[in-house]
Design a binder for this molecule. Structure first.
Ligand SMILES: *Cc1c(COP(=O)(O)O)cnc(C)c1O
Length: 374
């Protein structure tokens, strides 16, 4: 081979580090020959999809020879009604990851910059670099802050200049779990120039409890035309494998996003399942309750063990294991438990643990206590 294809790649792509997903169960089964495996590594819903979504998909199977509805009319109708926004404000994506990419493709060029925080979701640098734009990374809160390693909005604000077109805010943030309170985020939205798109990534919105004061950013939908709120069916709705998410924005922004969107970016089973899942309030409530209970158990365990953790408004907890999080991750793997090391997020002593079912949490607690005792 005489070509060096890496050197032929677009400049931003050459230095890209691919996203590192949670280790799939099937991989652990192949590598270690284990059968009884628990995955608490990707913040999925441990209860699985809504039974209504499964039934709707079964009914839709015979229609698979047809292209999906490229405009997602039924899902958009249901979302618009539930969220109280016009249908023209919605952009559907192949997961909310797809929507984040649409924002980058539509608004960023090599002349422009995106601002986001340290220890924020790994997809922001990827979508920024892939289009050759500059990533400006704000220092996060210090470890002794009320929200350790969380977004420092003042630091983010100070990085915004004439080149900035997009700011990514994760609320709550992954992998830290930390969040921005209503007044803080509102102040930030007021301070950012209207020419800068502010993406508020609410992947964990459905898990957020009222007393956290972590806002539903859609409350500002009418006030800030540069606001783009993204959500997903991958987390609380239990449909991560189907890939469906959405953005809510000013219709003019949605129109721009729609121009770079792949015509059939959300497949027909995903559209059908998401529409049915939205309707299954009971499943969502059960999922929230399982998360609340599981979180309490994991927090009690941390207290007993004298382990520190980062405050979390999501369905996962970032635990300070007091030594290399990756080492602990590997020891858990050998015992059939998949958690998530976060050294690649600049948090080498932490382990991110998704909340599972009652039985899964119990097993995690037992095995982790055993691993940490030596
Ligand atoms: C999981 C997650 C997403 C959602 O990803 P999908 O592409 O919708 O599966 C988006 N943002 C954050 C912060 C996440 O943790």
């Amino acid at each position: 081979m005489s070509s060096d294809f890496l050197s032929l790649a677009a400049p931003g792509v050459r230095t890209l580090q691919p996203y590192q997903p949670g280790k799939p169960e099937s991989e652990l089964r192949r590598e270690y020959g284990l059968s009884d495996i628990i995955k608490l590594a990707s913040n999925e819903n441990p209860l699985g999809p809504s039974p209504k979504a499964l039934a709707a998909m079964r009914d839709a199977l015979s229609g698979l020879a047809r292209y999906p509805d490229g405009n997602g009319f039924e899902l958009k109708t249901a979302l618009a009604a539930q969220l109280g926004v016009p249908m023209a404000a919605l952009t559907l994506g192949n997961g909310s990851n797809d929507v984040l990419e649409l924002v980058a493709r539509a608004f960023l060029t090599p002349e422009h910059a995106a601002v986001f925080s340290e220890h924020a979701f790994a997809v922001y640098p990827i979508v920024t670099q892939a289009v050759g734009a500059t990533a400006r990374i704000a220092k996060a809160n210090p470890p002794n802050h009320e929200m350790p390693y969380g977004h420092d909005l003042a630091a983010m604000c100070s990085l915004i200049d004439d080149r900035t077109r997009v700011v990514f805010v994760a609320n709550p943030n992954n992998p830290t779990g930390t969040w921005l309170k209503t007044a803080e985020l509102e102040g930030f939205l007021k301070a950012v120039p209207e020419s800068v798109i502010v993406v508020v990534d609410e992947a964990y919105f459905e898990y957020v409890e009222v007393e956290t004061d972590c806002p539903n950013a859609l409350r500002w939908f009418d006030r800030f035309p540069n606001l783009v709120v993204t959500r997903t069916f991958s987390k609380a709705y239990g449909l991560a494998g189907l890939r469906v998410g959405y953005a809510v924005s000013h219709p003019q922004v949605a129109d721009v996003l729609n121009r770079v969107r792949e015509p059939f970016n959300v497949n027909s089973l995903a559209l059908t399942a998401a529409t049915a899942a939205l309707d299954d309030v009971e499943h969502l409530e059960r999922s929230r309750a399982v998360n609340r209970d599981g979180m309490q158990r994991l927090l009690a365990f941390c207290r007993r063990q004298g382990l520190a953790w980062l405050p979390s408004a999501g369905n996962f907890l970032c635990v300070d294991v007091g030594r290399s999080g990756r080492e602990v991750f590997l020891e858990l793997l050998q015992r059939g438990l998949i958690a998530r090391p976060v050294d690649n997020y600049g948090l080498p002593r932490f382990l991110r643990i998704s909340i599972g079912t009652e039985a899964e949490n119990a097993r995690l607690i037992e095995v982790l206590a055993d691993v940490l005792k030596d």
